[in-house]
Design a protein around this ligand. Structure first.
Ligand SMILES: Cc1cc2nc3c(=O)[nH]c(=O)nc-3n(C[C@H](O)[C@H](O)[C@H](O)COP(=O)(O)O)c2cc1C
Length: 140
């Protein structure tokens, strides 16, 4: 079975407050389960980077909803691809802890220079592959 993978970055907007994260996670867990979508969300300073995987139609319709959310703007797709196995099989959506992100080499320069929003497609997908490996090894 093939899954579509989408990674985008965005910037928090003036309407965003840090308490929103909890509500976003509650909606995401519920809605993504209905759409059979899994993924991961990270926030660095002002920048979100989110990875979504699932069937093409569901990913596109969710992305349309997320794109209209006033709590962030400057939304840019950084990577679009396909995979045969999910990277986050057990996660409808989860926020990645900063301790995990610090271990990821292909991301560290972007964090240090506050350039996550211009991450290359290759580094974007490598980042989530690395997060997936770390998470899977934590569960073993
Ligand atoms: C950075 C960011 C990531 C989001 N990720 C998701 C997501 O993965 N799934 C989801 O359903 N909503 C996500 N949302 C929220 C949606 O934009 C929208 O508010 C929500 O789907 C509405 O759901 P509700 O009608 O059930 O409250 C995200 C919002 C932001 C700002």
């Amino acid at each position: 079975m093939a899954y579509e993978q989408l990674i985008y970055t965005s910037q928090i907007s003036p309407q965003f407050s840090y308490e929103d994260i909890g509500n976003i996670m509650i909606s995401a867990n519920y809605n993504n389960a209905q759409r059979n979508i899994t993924g991961a969300l990270c926030l660095f300073n002002q920048t979100f980077i989110q990875y979504l995987e699932g069937n093409c139609q569901n990913i596109n319709s969710l992305f349309q909803v997320i794109s209209k959310d006033k709590r962030h703007d400057e939304i840019q797709i950084r990577y679009y691809g396909q995979c045969t196995e999910r990277l986050f099989e057990h996660w409808k959506m989860n926020q990645i802890k900063p301790e995990i992100l610090q271990e990821i080499n292909c991301l560290s320069n972007y964090i240090l220079t506050d350039q996550v929003s211009v991450i290359s497609p290759e580094d974007a997908i490598k980042t989530f592959q690395a997060i997936s490996t770390i998470i899977k090894s934590d569960h073993e």
